[in-house]
Structures are given as structure tokens and as C-alpha cells.
Design a binder for this molecule. Structure first.
Ligand SMILES: [Zn+2]
Ligand SMILES: [Zn+2]
Length: 359
């Protein structure tokens, strides 16, 4: 009888912990659909959170609502660390509306915008006012973001990249041979001045490894990854720059050697044909997941199970569909042994990737 009582007591303590939401053992990542912008939420088993980018402004807080929905799903009530990778509207734009919905504790970014347009300057000024209400930190390569249970390190910021390799990385990168820099015309056409300053981060959780790089440009991938790979390999690649062809060189994607990739593209934003081709060549990449069907690449799209959002609102005449259409995220549950599960929230389709040995 005494043994049975002890077992019962143990069980009730366990279930009390679970009911209170205190027992987590996964790093949860939500790649949130913000219609061609970016917003990615990371929640550590400790319950601490990091949001990388905030989607677009406007639309009655559409993107902030979507981020808040993911936060609610994850069981968090504040953003502990907000990284604004750079000051373009599709990344910084939703910050004010988000702060109306969820308290933001720490703001991390690359400092000041280099955009000269009047509208961009005004948006940045509003953001500066917002961040002054929290703790603000301008980050540099090599800095760490203190999140209990995670190893988060800045690998690029404000145009600078890591000077020394991350622990365990630094091998010569054979994919640097013949690296072809993009020309100035391409750079200016795509607003490279801010993009190349994107704050980029490595995220480690036990054996699990990932990177998120904002809109970091092709040309900035070279000093980061060449001649030595200063990042190492990853399990999950959060595809740079919405999958635009102006990022994602072989020197980056082949050397990272991810097992799965998630692209936060819009129907007509990012998702470039060359990106699809390059990722298809990555040895060991089992799956590319897309946050949207990419209108421009036809058959190169993955099959629908792997695509979170199928509608092409941009092709519709009905403006309200842009605001009100249902949106789905791609969720990743990562475990300390390096295994992880990716789930499409639209249809519940998921795949588990086992631990990778011999890294
Ligand atoms: Zn962008
Ligand atoms: Zn950008």
C-alpha cells in the first residue's frame, strides 16, 4: 500500500507540472506567414522567447495578429528578445502593432538605418521611439543572446561577419571555388544597403543547429563562409531573403548542408527559380518546406503537403482578401538529440528527421 501511495503522489506532481505548462522539452519554432515578409518565433524549453522580425505594418495589424496567435499557441505572454534583422518594412514594419499586443523586453538590431527615403526614415524614427521603451542593444558578430537552454550567437550584423569560427566550425569550404560576386546593378536594384546589414544568428539547442539570416545578401555570404566555413553545418536552414535569387549561394547552402529547409516566401515575393535549383542540388537536403506556393516557378514548387499557404491573394481583385485570408505557419519542434519534426499547420502534415550521427 505504501508503494502505491508513493507512485500516486509522484504521478500527481508530474501532472501538476504539465498542467501548469512548465514542462517543455522542445525548442519550438514558428515560421509565421506574413505575406512575403518575415517573422519567426523561437520558444526555448525554459519558456523564454525570441522573435526574429515582425512582418509588415498596416492591414489593421494583420501580421502582429498572426505573431500573437503563434505566441498564444506556444503559451508565451511576452517577447523576451526581438531581433529586427534590418529596417525594411517587411521585417521591422509590424513592430509597433506587435508591441500593442505583447510586451517586448529586449530589442536587438544593427543600430541605425542606412535607407535615405523619407518614408523609410520616418518608419525608422517610430521604431527608435518604440525600442527606447525597452532595453535596446546594437549587436555585433560574436555576440550571444542570453536565452536559458539555447546557444544563440550573432554571425553577421551591420555588414560585418564573424571574425573567427563558431566552436567546432572553421573547416575549409570547398564550395567557395569560383564564387561569383553579384554586380552593383543587382545590388542597388534590390535595396542591398539594408539587406547586407541584416543581423544573422546561429541557434543551437543540444545537438540541433539552425541559422536565420534575414535578407543577408549573396555577396556577404562569401566572407562569412569563405575560405573557411565559420558557421559549420545545420539541421534546419531558414532560407535567407524569402528565397530570393540574390541570396543563397552554393558557398552558403552546400556548406551548411541542412537536412530540411523552410522558405518564408510570398506568392510573388522571393521563391526564386535559382534558389529552388540550388537547394535541389544540396546533398542530404531531404525536404524544402514553403510558407507559400510560389507563382513564378510552376512545377519547381514542392507538392502541396509541404506548402503552408496555397492561395495567391496578390492575383485577386479583392483587396480585403489580402487582409482577412486565413494564414498558416510552419512549425518545427526540435529536440536536444538533434532530431526535429516539421509540421504544416494547414493540413497537419508532418515529417520527423532523426538525430544526425557523426557530426
Ligand atoms: Zn525582406
Ligand atoms: Zn530587406
Amino acid at each position: 500500500m505504501r508503494i502505491a501511495a508513493a507512485v500516486f503522489l509522484y504521478a500527481s506532481v508530474l501532472s501538476a507540472g504539465t498542467a501548469a505548462g512548465q514542462t517543455r522539452d522542445t525548442l519550438d519554432i514558428y515560421v509565421i506567414d506574413v505575406e512575403g515578409g518575415e517573422a519567426t518565433l523561437f520558444v526555448s524549453p525554459s519558456g523564454e522567447s525570441m522573435l526574429v522580425d515582425t512582418g509588415w505594418p498596416g492591414f489593421d495589424g494583420r501580421d502582429a495578429d498572426r505573431i500573437a496567435a503563434a505566441a498564444e499557441e506556444a503559451g508565451i505572454s511576452q517577447i523576451d528578445h526581438l531581433i529586427v534583422t534590418h529596417f525594411h518594412a517587411d521585417h521591422m514594419g509590424g513592430a509597433l502593432q506587435l508591441a500593442d499586443r505583447l510586451p517586448v523586453v529586449n530589442y536587438l538590431d544593427h543600430g541605425a538605418t542606412v535607407d535615405e527615403g523619407e518614408r523609410q526614415r520616418a518608419a525608422f524614427a517610430e521604431y527608435v521611439t518604440l525600442r527606447s521603451g525597452g532595453a535596446h542593444r546594437t549587436v555585433a558578430p560574436g555576440d550571444q543572446v542570453p536565452i536559458d537552454g539555447l546557444d544563440v550567437r550573432i554571425i553577421a550584423a551591420d555588414g560585418d561577419v564573424l571574425a573567427t569560427a563558431l566552436p567546432g566550425a572553421g573547416r575549409p569550404n570547398p564550395h567557395c571555388d569560383g564564387f561569383a560576386f553579384h554586380g552593383e546593378d543587382i545590388l542597388s536594384r534590390y535595396g542591398d544597403a539594408e539587406d547586407q546589414r541584416s543581423v544573422s544568428a546561429f541557434i543551437g539547442f543540444g545537438q540541433f543547429r539552425s541559422v536565420i539570416m534575414g535578407d543577408l545578401t549573396w555577396n556577404k555570404e562569401q566572407p562569412l563562409m569563405c575560405p573557411d566555413n565559420k558557421v559549420g553545418t545545420v539541421d534546419l536552414y531558414l532560407v535567407s531573403h524569402h528565397g530570393s535569387d540574390t541570396s543563397g549561394s552554393d558557398a552558403l547552402v552546400q556548406a551548411l548542408a541542412p537536412r530540411a529547409a523552410v522558405m518564408n516566401n510570398g506568392p510573388r515575393k522571393g521563391g526564386g527559380p535559382e534558389t529552388f535549383e540550388r537547394l535541389a542540388q544540396v546533398e542530404g537536403l531531404e525536404d524544402l518546406w514553403q510558407n507559400h506556393y510560389a507563382v513564378g516557378v510552376g512545377d519547381a514548387n514542392r507538392r502541396e503537403s509541404f506548402i503552408a499557404n496555397l492561395q495567391d491573394f496578390a492575383a485577386s481583385d479583392r483587396d480585403d482578401e489580402v487582409h482577412l485570408g486565413a494564414a498558416y505557419w510552419t512549425h518545427i519542434a526540435a529536440r536536444r538529440d538533434g532530431s526535429f519534426t516539421v509540421t504544416n499547420s494547414r493540413n497537419g502534415f508532418s515529417r520527423r528527421y532523426p538525430p544526425r550521427g557523426g557530426r
